[in-house]
Design a protein around this ligand. Structure first.
Ligand SMILES: Nc1nc2c(ncn2[C@@H]2O[C@H](COP(=O)(O)OP(=O)(O)OP(=O)(O)O)[C@@H](O)[C@H]2O)c(=O)[nH]1
Ligand SMILES: [Mg+2]
Length: 203
């Protein structure tokens, strides 16, 4: 398969500024989480091989609503693009709103079965990531960590970062072994799409 072909058929379903707009809570959902600017929306676009499925930006804080996408035309299988956390310039009010919005989603959503946590391979496991991981533990959800933007480092350096991240997270039984990814080159994308489909089948 060529690296840039479509890996998953992904259709935009709904953009929700608050929980009253959420689609029915049924089926299986995986949420894409991570610091602002880590590449969450870009990864959705890459998986679908579409440029503008999810809005991306150089300016952190681009995604401000909770956005639902259907996978492979199955309305019971969803990927959810969440607004990023840890945006240094966000006002206290914005950070509080983020917390409330995400808490409402994570705490109430029965169909949420797993977290895909995106980090920039050049800055993995920042304090806000560690806080997020610790906070997620209460929901007992499995988590897949992806070190994105691997194209920004040499192969060697990226592998070193991966090994360090694997070692630092190995004690956490809810975390699957971290993987490298580049939303730009689609390197690692097949493994990710396989993981998403496996998760959607099994859980
Ligand atoms: N080089 C490179 N750039 C990337 C990659 N993934 C994302 N980017 C760039 O990083 C910036 C942020 O990407 P987004 O996908 O908007 O990030 P996000 O995590 O959705 O950000 P928020 O919506 O603000 O939380 C954009 O300029 C992307 O083009 C990657 O794998 N490699
Ligand atoms: Mg985004």
């Amino acid at each position: 398969m060529s690296e840039k072909s479509m890996l998953l058929k992904i259709n935009f379903e709904k953009s929700c500024p608050s929980e009253k707009f959420f689609p029915p809570d049924e089926g299986v959902e995986l949420a894409i989480c991570g610091r602002s600017n880590s590449g969450k929306s870009s990864i959705l676009n890459m998986l679908a091989n579409q440029k503008k499925l999810a809005k991306t930006s150089n300016t952190p804080g681009r995604t401000q609503s909770i956005n639902f996408f259907n996978v492979n035309e199955d309305t019971l299988k969803k990927l959810v693009d969440l607004p990023g956390y840890g945006y240094a310039k966000a006002s206290k009010k914005m950070q509080k709103e983020w917390g409330q919005q995400i808490t409402k989603y994570m705490a109430s959503r029965k169909s949420l079965r797993g977290i895909i946590l995106i980090m920039d391979v050049r800055r993995p496991l920042q304090e806000s990531d560690l806080n997020f991981i610790a906070w997620c533990e209460q929901y007992n959800l499995p988590m897949q960590i992806l070190l994105n933007k691997s194209d920004k480092l040499s192969k060697n350096k990226a592998s070193q970062e991966l090994m360090k991240c694997v070692e630092k997270t190995a004690h956490n039984l809810l975390l699957d072994s971290p993987m490298l990814l580049s939303a730009k080159t689609a390197s690692g994308a097949e493994e990710l799409s396989k993981k998403i489909l496996d998760w959607m089948e099994i859980i």
